[in-house]
Design a protein around this ligand. Structure first.
Ligand SMILES: Cc1ncc(COP(=O)(O)O)c(C=O)c1O
Length: 656
């Protein structure tokens, strides 16, 4: 594999001296230090000048500074501590040079230097560093974006958009250019880059410098994409943009992108294709009264969008518990668990969750999202590796990004791919964490836990499973994926959310005591955030009571799942490999999926229409969730509605 500057793992520079340290090349030292700062802060390298003050100019606090120092020491194999009082980038560079006994030449001047390979390669590398937090030395040119660098299509689109902007290439390349490695990306951009250079050279206008796009981004001005597609005019043809197109729109006014997105949203709403976030005017049960803000109408819908899998959100004991505890302890705690925000019910809830999950300890977080980002970033550091399924929930993706670790993505539930990836990082000295959804939230299938556990043992990795959609659904007792596979105690950490089956709010992680204790002190989303109110904790405890005392709810749920699943499969829908209460009706094309959602809603059924970023582009679907509260008539009616609507929009062939 070709490296940009050296070996990928742990930044061992290719020019390691006989004493095992790097340092004979002063320019190289400076660039590596700057790379490390850039990767820890997400600043562009060109911003990191010798005089840049860590605190005053760069906003680098002591925590980030310590992580920079740790990486610098590791990269240069420095044993002795660096001196204190390093306040600028130049100070740090000089200190490292001294420590490496390298001449302190070349420190003043702009920190940005081009990598061999010219401005195209350099721009691609620096934008990749910026979007991934990797250091230059971790970016091998031939490394596979997904399996080796954990760069998914969303991050790639941002890299392409950013590089295109910097190089003055057409602005809509992000949607069209695909590549599986940096090498490929450079080659894919090269023809555009060369065209742009030719245009630059032929321009007589002085001062037409790089960075100013020769192809103006017309979207923002006249509602046309660069290829001439009309995009903002409601009367014109189909607007083929997706939400992805508004992520990287740059403008001096931060709110410019909100205006373009607003125009796009209004249009989708006018077409009745975006219908997200309409308020309920009733409890959410098998039916719900929803106020349609677009039509100004209140209407009862058959409800197939709720994750209230066991109907506990409406259970009288749960509601009573919430009300009683709220009357007793007040509405909220107004502070973190560490500073006066711990109620005895938090402790009780943690005990009950640990017992329900048959693990020794539990930590409750403010939410499932907070649990993922908090637990992953507490355990996994920049010298470790997180290995994730391609279809994991966004909170896992964000937790992995926040950790700054090497991310590696295996193809969805593909255990051969997971094994390949684990083998590749066998030699890495850092720790490894495999994270997967137990039940995949937009697909409904179950992770291959037995294989994950086996491979983790073989390769010395830890495992964390997100049971957001498995709790209350999988296992005879409803305790989740590990119970389903008879692997209790074999999974290092089991995470859950309490906003779904458990009918409250909050997230949790269960595992061994000392691991949970560590998470309590090192998860920022726990330490620096207020937790769930006592009333919510009381409701959650009541929900666990009900799950344990009314097991027939799980039996009923599974009866309903089987009934609707077989009706939809018989009708010809692609349900992928669902094995849970989530039934995906796979469509693929975003427009068709939105049209199907509209046709279903028109018939009085409410379910989720899932487009980017809920699923990758081209994988759009309806997501139907079944609960124990649905009656046989509800399921029969729902199946009829899905079939009729799918025939109307051409997702299923018309009858006869
Ligand atoms: C798999 C998964 N993990 C985590 C979460 C986040 O949970 P919460 O809504 O409690 O923040 C969700 C929510 O949809 C989820 O589906």
């Amino acid at each position: 594999m070709t490296n940009v500057t050296g070996d990928r793992r742990n930044g061992r520079h290719s020019e390691v001296g006989r004493d095992g340290r790097v340092g004979e090349d002063a320019g190289g030292v400076r660039r590596q230090v700057v790379d490390i700062i850039a990767s820890r802060t997400l600043y562009d390298e060109s911003y990191l000048l010798p005089d840049s003050h860590f605190e005053a100019e760069l906003g680098i606090d002591s925590v980030i500074f310590e992580s920079i120092l740790a990486s610098v020491k590791e990269q240069f194999s420095l044993v002795a501590p660096l001196p204190s009082g390093l306040v600028t980038v130049g100070d740090l560079v000089r200190a490292v040079e001294r420590a490496c006994q390298a001449p302190a030449a070349d420190v003043p001047g702009p920190a940005h230097t081009a990598a061999p390979g010219g401005p195209l390669l350099e721009t691609v590398v620096t934008t990749t560093m910026r979007h991934t937090q990797y250091q230059r030395s971790q970016l091998a040119l031939g490394a596979d974006f997904e399996s080796e660098l954990g760069i998914d299509s969303v991050v790639l689109a941002s890299i392409v958009a950013d590089a295109a902007r910097e190089l003055g290439l057409p602005p809509d390349l992000a949607g069209t250019v695909t590549a599986t490695s940096l090498d490929e990306l450079v080659e894919a951009l090269r023809p555009y880059h060369e065209d742009t250079r030719r245009v630059d050279q032929s321009l007589t206008r002085p001062g037409s410098g790089r960075g100013a796009s020769p192809v103006p981004d017309e979207r923002a001005t006249d509602g046309r994409a660069a290829d001439g597609r009309a995009v903002d005019d409601p009367g014109s043809a189909w607007d083929s943009r997706s939400m992805k197109d508004f992520v990287e729109e740059r403008d001096g006014d931060l709110f410019a992108k909100t205006r373009s997105f607003g125009r796009y949203l209004r249009r989708r709403e006018a077409e009745r294709l975006y219908w997200y976030g309409m308020p309920l005017h009733s409890r959410c049960s098998n039916r719900a009264v929803i106020f349609d803000e677009l039509e100004g109408l209140e209407r009862e819908f058959l409800m197939f969008a709720s994750n209230n899998y066991l109907g506990l959100a409406n259970h009288p004991k749960v509601i009573e518990a919430v009300c009683d505890a709220t009357r007793r302890y007040g509405a909220t705690h107004t502070g973190s668990r560490f500073i006066g925000g711990t109620n005895m019910l938090h402790k009780e809830l943690e005990r009950r969750l640990a017992a329900f999950k048959q693990r020794s300890a539990c930590i409750v977080y403010p939410g499932g999202y907070a649990a993922n980002i908090g637990a992953i970033s507490a355990l996994v550091k920049s010298y470790d590796t997180v290995v994730v399924d391609k279809l994991n929930h966004m909170s896992i993706v964000d937790g992995a990004r926040l950790s700054g670790a090497t991310r590696r993505i295996y193809q969805h539930n593909d255990m051969a791919d997971l094994e390949r990836i684990l083998k590749r990082c066998d030699e890495d000295p850092g720790g490894k964490l495999i994270v997967a959804d137990g039940v995949f939230s937009m697909h409904g299938d179950i992770c291959d836990l037995p294989e994950i556990v086996r491979l983790a043992k073989e390769h010395g990795a830890r495992v964390m499973i997100d049971d957001a959609h498995s709790t209350g659904v999988l296992g005879r007792r409803g305790s989740g994926t590990a119970e389903h596979f008879g692997l209790k105690g074999e999974v290092d950490l089991e995470l859950g959310t309490m906003s779904k089956t458990l009918a409250g709010m909050g997230g949790f992680v269960v595992g061994d005591e000392e691991v949970v204790e560590y998470l309590r002190f090192y998860s920022n989303s726990y330490v620096f955030a207020a937790n769930i109110p006592a009333g919510v904790a009381a409701g959650l405890i009541a929900s666990i009571d009900v799950i344990e005392s009314e097991p027939e709810r799980i039996t009923k749920l599974w009866h309903n799942i089987r009934l609707l699943r077989s009706q939809l499969a018989d009708a010809g829908f692609d349900l992928e490999n669902t094995r849970s209460a989530i039934l995906p009706l796979v469509v693929g094309d975003e427009r068709k999926a939105m049209e199907l959602g509209r046709a279903v809603r028109a018939r009085g059924l409410y379910c989720q229409t899932v487009v980017f970023p809920g699923v990758p582009l081209g994988d759009a679907r309806l997501r139907v969730s079944v609960t124990s509260e649905h009656t046989p008539e509800d399921l029969e009616t729902a199946a009829g509605i899905f079939v009729e609507a799918a025939r109307e929009v051409g997702v299923l062939p018309s009858a006869g």
